[in-house]
Design a protein around this ligand. Structure first.
Ligand SMILES: [Zn+2]
Length: 398
């Protein structure tokens, strides 16, 4: 007898070559079978998903979920299983000094699978995270970071760092260099914020067009540049509006690009980048709670809203599902366990609706674009357990 049979959903899993209406049987938290006509099989529970889409559980590669301890931390389950996502990857909330607290209070207490990129700096993005001293090379301890990674190998999947004008004005590329030392020592990728961020030494501002080409000299295949559609200066697009040729070469050689949607996303930049034939392989939300409002844990946007905007930009649904399942799973080094649907795998699924209509989507810069579809998460299945999205989930779509 199966524990659960999901009937008649449209299953889309690019990593498995699946795009068809079928049933999924689940037992002991794992996928037992994917086939048509499982409705007659004995099961404790049956759920009809006619008209809905089913994909491998979404992986949100860039979130901030260290509630209370950081300026903008959320709770993993609000932005994870409560928002249609079964795995979240915290990007740098915790550094080596603060990681044990993050693990005990956030990772262990969540139903959502929580993975992390360790902040290159010892303290991570604790409250006051925009203070320049917290980002200086003085806050990096390579040996201590390597020890912490060795202590939490299941959770820490990479190193979070920055390549942006503020930090470069103060310390050049030293922090990035140290992040790579940690990454190479641990055999893990480095995830790099792009676009101006940290308060700069205005007397030593770098040329925005040189920041990313210089940073790429330190990076390898498998590393990830995020905020590839940033509206801030110093990103992958030059001030003249062309993608730096160094970025193209690096992507061809295996560097990954992530959207890192959130407060940096610009429709205009996205259109210019896409027009030049450069495409990100990962879509993440960069979801965080409100800046400047201590203890406001309400997030107002998330991964589904980001997917709707990417549909408006011309991405196909199948490409987007790959960008939130198979591709991030591979970037995490977990492609043989996550981001796919195979019998025997842990049953992590995202169930969603694609609603048609006439929508207008806004970016944080006030620009609007029309769209005809939006993605609405309905349920998550995490290790076989079904949960309806909301009420605190991030379902904002327009
Ligand atoms: Zn972020």
């Amino acid at each position: 007898m199966y524990d659960l049979v999901l009937l008649g959903g449209r299953i889309v899993s690019p990593g498995d070559g699946l795009d068809e209406v079928a049933d999924i049987a689940i037992s002991d938290g794992r996928i037992a079978r994917i086939a048509s006509a499982l409705g007659g099989e004995p099961a404790r529970e049956r759920v009809s998903l006619a008209g809905s889409w089913v994909s491998p559980g979404w992986i949100d590669f860039h979130v901030h979920c260290f509630a209370y301890s950081t300026d903008y931390g959320t709770f993993p389950d609000d932005i994870g299983i409560g928002s249609g996502t079964t795995t979240v990857v915290d990007q740098g909330s915790a550094g080596a000094l603060t990681f044990p607290g993050f693990y005990q209070f956030m990772v262990r207490t969540a139903r959502t699978r929580v993975l992390a990129f360790l902040n290159v700096g010892l303290v991570g993005t604790i409250k006051g995270s925009m203070l320049p001293p917290l980002h200086s090379p003085e806050t990096v301890d390579v040996e201590f970071a390597l020890k912490m990674i060795a202590d939490y190998p299941q959770v820490i999947r990479g190193i979070k760092t920055h390549a942006e004008m503020g930090g470069v004005s103060r310390w050049g590329y030293r922090v990035l260099e140290l992040a790579k030392q940690i990454g190479r020592g641990a055999g893990l990728p480095v995830y790099v914020h792009t676009g101006r961020l940290i308060p700069a030494d205005e007397t030593r501002l770098p040329d925005p067009d040189r920041v990313i080409p210089e940073a790429l000299r330190y990076l390898d295949a498998g590393d990830i540049l995020t905020h590839c559609f940033t509206g801030h200066p110093g990103g992958i697009l030059s001030t003249a509006g062309t993608v730096h040729p160094e970025v193209r070469d690096a992507v061809t050689a295996g560097l990954r690009l992530d959207v890192g949607y959130g407060e940096h996303f610009s429709f205009a930049v996205a259109e210019r980048v896409l027009d030049q034939g450069v495409r990100p392989s990962i879509l993440s939300s960069d979801v965080h709670a409100a800046f400047g409002q201590p203890h406001s844990l309400e997030a107002t946007y998330g991964l589904a809203g980001a997917m709707s905007r990417m549909l408006a930009l011309g991405f196909t649904l199948s490409e987007l599902v790959a960008m939130v399942t198979q591709n991030p799973a591979e970037a995490l080094g977990l492609g043989s366990r996550l981001g796919r649907l195979r019998p025997g795998d842990e049953a992590d699924l995202s169930i969603f609706e694609v609603e048609s209509g006439a929508f207008r989507f806004r970016d944080p810069w006030g620009a609007e674009r029309p769209g005809t579809q939006r993605v609405i998460p309905l349920y998550t299945v995490r290790a076989g357990e079904v949960r309806a999205v909301g009420p605190k989930g991030v379902t904002e779509v327009v």
